[in-house]
Design a protein around this ligand. Structure first.
Ligand code: PGA
Length: 249
């Protein structure tokens, strides 16, 4: 599998100025061989990042969250269609911070996934276990449950056309990465779940990916790309990860 997709999740960091600068620094540093690259700025910075990247087709812009509803009296929410109109192509759903800090259930994640599809946006479905679940040997079961909830709502084919990111919760923002073997085991399992029925999808790993551990992770056969948080906030770090992907190509 080619190493094909590198995503940077900026979370709730940065000013308008720093966001536009980071976007253009990344765009300036990407080589021709670089993987497809997506940045996920904070919602409020989307228009200016999209404007900063207007003549840089090599880099796509995505949103970190979306409402499950198409429109209506939902104070503070943003619909999939609004994101599509802005020029977003991808949207994260099911990120563990949304699940654990904002109470998003498997069912809500599935609704959001369906809303994105309706607007022609590509969901990046994040799944992963907590440390406790891993220690209890429940990793594969948890990941299966999270994926199955979306499959039940939208159908297998649509999940296969999206992107799935395996992000062990205990590795996110902790500096503790899954070993390449741990990550590969779950990726192979997910691929098995999705290919069993004759389909395949793009699988990313996320959780403390940085320029030092990227090469070993991307060397794994079923890891096709990365979803990077902290290390995506510095253009040089992020570009080094892109370079590691090219080398693992
Ligand atoms: P991290 O975040 O790279 O800072 O661990 C990854 C993510 O939350 O997607």
């Amino acid at each position: 599998m080619a190493k094909s997709l590198l995503a940077g999740n900026w979370k709730m960091h940065g000013t308008a100025e720093s966001a536009a600068q980071l976007a253009s620094d990344i765009a300036d540093g990407l080589t021709l061989e670089a993987p497809e690259t997506i940045v996920f700025p904070p919602l409020v910075h989307l228009p200016l990042v999209i404007a900063a990247l207007a003549d840089r087709p090599a880099i796509a812009v995505g949103a970190q969250n979306v409402s499950q509803y198409p429109e209506g009296a939902y104070t503070g929410e943003v619909s999939a269609q609004m994101l599509a109109n802005l020029g977003c192509r991808y949207v994260l759903v099911g990120h563990s911070e949304r699940r654990t800090l904002f109470g998003e259930t498997d069912q809500l994640v599935a609704e959001k996934f369906a809303a994105l599809q309706g607007a022609g946006l590509i969901p990046i479905l994040c799944v992963g276990e907590t440390l406790d679940q891993r220690q209890q040997g429940l990793t594969l079961e948890v990941v299966k449950r999270q994926i199955d909830a979306v499959v039940a709502r939208v159908g297998l084919e649509h999940v296969c056309q999206s992107v799935v990111a395996y992000e062990p919760v205990w590795a996110i923002g902790t500096g503790e990465t899954a070993t390449p073997e741990q990550a590969q085991e779950v990726h192979a399992y997910i691929r098995g779940q999705l290919t069993e029925r004759g389909q395949s999808t793009r699988l990313l790993y996320g959780g403390s990916v940085n320029a030092d551990n990227a090469a070993a992770l991307f060397a794994q056969p079923d890891i096709e790309g990365g979803l990077v948080g902290g290390a995506s906030l510095q253009a040089q770090q992020f570009l080094k990860i892109a370079q590691q992907m090219v080398e693992q190509g």
